[in-house]
Design a binder for this molecule. Sequence first.
Ligand code: GUN
Length: 283
Amino acid sequence: MSNIIDGKLVSAAVKERVANEVKALNNQGVSVCLAVILVGSDPASQIYVANKKKACEQLGIVSKEFLLPETATQDELLSLIDKLNCDESVNGILCQLPLPKTLDEKAVIAAIDPNKDVDAFHPINVGKIMIGDYDFLPCTPAGVMEMLSYYNIDVCGKECVVIGRSNIVGKPMSMLLLHKNGTVTTAHSRTKNLAEVTRRADILVAAVGIAKFVKADMVKDGAVVIDVGMNRADGKLCGDVDFEAVSQKASFITPVPGGVGPMTIATLMQNTLTAAKRQNNLI
Ligand code: GUN
């Protein structure tokens, strides 16, 4: 039976650090503010946005919410982003994805001022992550790295397999593991003999978006298994990993819920703080 990596515990530690710094900034007359844009009424996105707002409130970060209807045009969204880019009281801007199909996601991401891009999705910030010289951490992958570090799981020299190659998780996850000297394989839906590849992993990260996709026979005995999935199956929240079976083999495993999810928000809060410090020339 594995050790459980407790995302609530680790995220609480990160959030406490951020809250203390926010308080110190407030005492110097500097406020910290995150603007969150949600277009449409996707239920999952509404929950994510509500959780981000709640975290801001807990940490003393001002949150501004902008709810646009499903029918919002590209021009309307871009002009809101432009307004927030110019607003000095706003330190971070996050536009919740996915956007309705009528909108051009790439153009929206590119419109956000890279200095306020707390998701680290802008091509400039993505490029900085690639070269290992970055201000904003990619939220979910950085949350995973924080968990590994909290549990003293060393990445150096380890076989790391990331299943998934999205711009939000898979690609930056592989990059952060590489920066820590892991030997990284990025597997995906076209990978041949996937189970053979995943069985090599000392550290296995699942970010495929398919409920219980990773079965016990895909995991090496004693592997560290990180589940980035957030799926609904039979009305219940579950990850990309078949937790019941895989937890019998792994040395460490993250649960869903209560694993990676809370870490993503903690990193977002950390990035918002970093944005405020940079904009006030404090770093
Ligand atoms: N949708 C799913 N995850 C994320 C995220 O980390 N940031 C944004 N902006 N949208 C998302």
